[in-house]
Design a protein around this ligand. Structure first.
Ligand code: SF4
Length: 440
C-alpha cells in the first residue's frame, strides 16, 4: 500500500482511501516522511470493532467517508486500497464500489494492494491493473481515423520532415501506450527519446489526470517502464486486447537503448544515433564507474527493480553476488533476464544467483561469508549490516529516485557510490568526488 505515496502525486486529481486498521495507518505515516504534513490526498478508513464483527454496515460507513472526501477535496476519482483486514473479513469492496459510485457520482477504483499477496511496488501494479479497466475504448479513435481515411495520411506525410518513413507506419506509431508511474519530467524525457526516433507516444497509464487516461483496445501497443507491472501487463493483454512489447526496462543507458531499440523494431523503424548516445552517456559517468568497477554488491530483495539495477551495475563493472527479489514473473521479465545474461557474457562475469522470496536470515549468513563491498537492502537490515562492516544502500531510494532514461544514469550511480565514497573519504580524509558527499 506504500504505492499511495507515488500515485497520489502522479494522478493529480485522485484521492486514495486505504480501508484497513491502525497498523496500515501507522505504516504510511512513517513511510511517507515529511509529506504527511503537506495535506496529502490520501486517508485511512479505519475499521473498528463494529466493522470487524459486521455490526455496522460497510456500505453506509464507506458512503459517509466518501461523501466527506467529495465535499472536502472533490477528486475526479477515489481509489480504495484493500488491505489484509478487508481480505480476512472478506469485505466486498468490489461489490460495494459500483453502488456507491452511482450514489455519489465519482468513479471508485478498487485495488487490493495488501501485504498478504503483494510486496511493496506490486501495490502500484494492482492499482494500474484496476485502472486499465477504466481506460476508454480505443476502437472509437480507430474508426475516426478510418473515416477520415486518405486525407489524414497525406497530411501526416506532408508535415513529416523524415521523408523515408512510410505513411502507414506513421499512423501505427501513434498507437503506443506506455505504462508505469514516473515523475512527469522523466516521462517527457522518455517521450522525447522516442520522438527522436519518430515514434510518438499516444498516452501513459497512469496519466496526470484521471480523465486523460489513454484509449486501449485491439491495435494498441503497450510497453512497460517498470519490472513490477506484470499484472498490469497481463490485464492489458488479456482484458484490453493490447499487444505487449516485451523489452528490457529503460534503466541505465544500456537498458534505455535496448528499450528504444525493441520499440523501434516493433514499428519497423531503424534506430538512429542510439549507439553514439549511449557511449556518450558512459563517457559522462566515467568518474562514477571508476569508483564501482571491480566492487561487489549483494541485493537482498525488496522492490522488484533488482534485476534491472543489477544488470546496469554489472555493465558498470561491478560483480553481483546475489539478486534477491520478492517475486519474479519470468515471462514479463524475459527480455530483461536475457539482457542480463548478455551483459554478463559481455563483461565476462558469472551470472549472479537469482533468489526469489529470499530468506533474509540465510542471506545475512551468506553476506557474512562473501563480504560484499555493498549490500542494497531495506532499512531493517541496513544499520545492523553497517555495524558488521558491510556498506549498505537503502533499496527504497531506488523506488523514489529518478532512475529511468539514459540521462538519469548519473543519479543511479550517485546513489550506489555514495556509501562507497563515504567510506573512502572517511578512511583517507580525501576530498570527495560528488557534490552530495560534500553535503553529507
Ligand atoms: S501488510 Fe497488511 S496490515 Fe500491514 S500495512 Fe500492509 S495492508 Fe496493512
Amino acid at each position: 500500500m506504500s504505492c499511495v505515496a507515488r500515485l497520489y502525486q502522479k494522478i493529480e486529481d485522485s484521492f486514495f482511501l486505504v480501508v484497513g486498521t491502525k497498523t496500515c495507518g501507522y505504516f504510511p505515516q512513517n513511510a511517507l516522511g515529511v509529506t504527511i504534513f503537506a495535506e496529502p490526498r490520501y486517508a485511512m478508513a479505519e475499521s473498528e470493532e463494529g466493522d470487524i464483527s459486521a455490526q455496522s454496515n460497510d456500505q453506509e460507513e464507506l458512503e459517509k467517508i466518501c461523501l466527506r472526501i467529495k465535499s472536502d477535496r472533490n477528486p475526479s476519482v477515489i481509489i480504495w486500497i484493500g488491505t489484509c483486514t478487508t481480505e480476512i473479513i472478506k469485505m466486498d469492496l468490489e461489490g460495494i464500489a459500483p453502488k456507491l459510485e452511482r450514489r455519489i457520482g465519482i468513479p471508485i477504483v478498487v485495488a487490493r494492494a495488501n501485504g498478504l499477496d503483494y510486496a511493496f511496488t506490486q501495490g502500484e501494479d494492482t492499482v494500474l491493473a484496476a485502472m486499465a479497466h477504466r481506460c476508454p475504448e480505443y476502437k472509437r479513435c480507430e474508426t475516426d481515423q478510418k473515416s477520415r481515411g486518405g486525407t489524414e495520411r497525406v497530411e501526416i506525410h506532408a508535415t513529416s520532415s523524415n521523408k523515408s518513413i512510410s505513411q502507414t507506419s506513421e499512423l501505427a506509431k501513434s498507437n503506443l501506450v506506455i505504462f508505469g508511474s514516473l515523475p512527469s519530467g522523466v516521462a517527457s524525457q522518455l517521450n522525447s527519446e522516442l520522438k527522436r526516433q519518430s515514434i510518438f507516444v499516444s498516452g501513459w497509464l497512469p496519466s496526470q489526470k484521471y480523465n486523460e487516461l489513454p484509449g486501449l483496445g485491439q491495435g494498441v501497443y503497450v510497453c512497460g517502464v517498470n519490472p513490477f507491472l506484470s499484472r498490469t501487463a497481463t490485464t492489458l493483454m488479456r482484458r484490453r486486447k493490447c499487444q505487449l512489447i516485451g523489452a528490457p526496462f529503460p534503466i541505465g543507458p544500456d537498458g534505455t537503448r535496448a528499450w528504444i531499440e525493441k520499440i523501434c523494431s516493433v514499428f519497423n523503424v531503424k534506430p538512429d544515433g542510439l549507439e553514439e548516445r549511449e557511449s556518450q552517456i558512459w563517457k559522462n559517468v566515467e568518474d562514477y564507474t571508476q569508483v564501482v568497477s571491480g566492487k561487489s554488491v549483494f541485493f537482498t530483495g525488496d522492490n522488484l527493480l533488482e534485476i534491472s539495477i543489477a544488470r546496469f551495475l554489472i555493465r558498470c563493472g561491478m560483480i553481483v553476488y546475489e539478486i534477491g527479489i520478492p517475486y519474479m514473473d519470468r515471462r514479463y521479465q524475459a527480455a530483461e533476464l536475457s539482457f542480463l545474461q548478455h551483459t554478463c557474457k559481455k563483461m565476462e562475469t558469472p551470472l549472479p544467483r537469482i533468489v526469489e522470496k529470499p530468506d533474509n536470515y540465510s542471506q545475512v549468513q551468506r553476506m557474512h561469508e562473501l563480504k560484499p563491498h555493498l549490500a542494497i537492502t531495506g532499512m531493517a537490515h541496513a544499520n545492523p549490516l553497517e555495524a558488521r562492516n558491510i556498506d549498505t544502500k537503502w533499496s527504497v531510494e531506488f523506488t523514489f529516485a529518478q532512475i529511468h532514461g539514459s540521462s538519469n544514469a548519473r543519479d543511479i550511480l550517485e546513489l550506489v557510490t555514495r556509501p562507497l565514497r563515504c567510506r573512502g573519504s572517511l578512511a583517507s580524509g580525501s576530498p570527495s568526488l560528488s557534490r552530495q558527499t560534500a553535503e553529507s
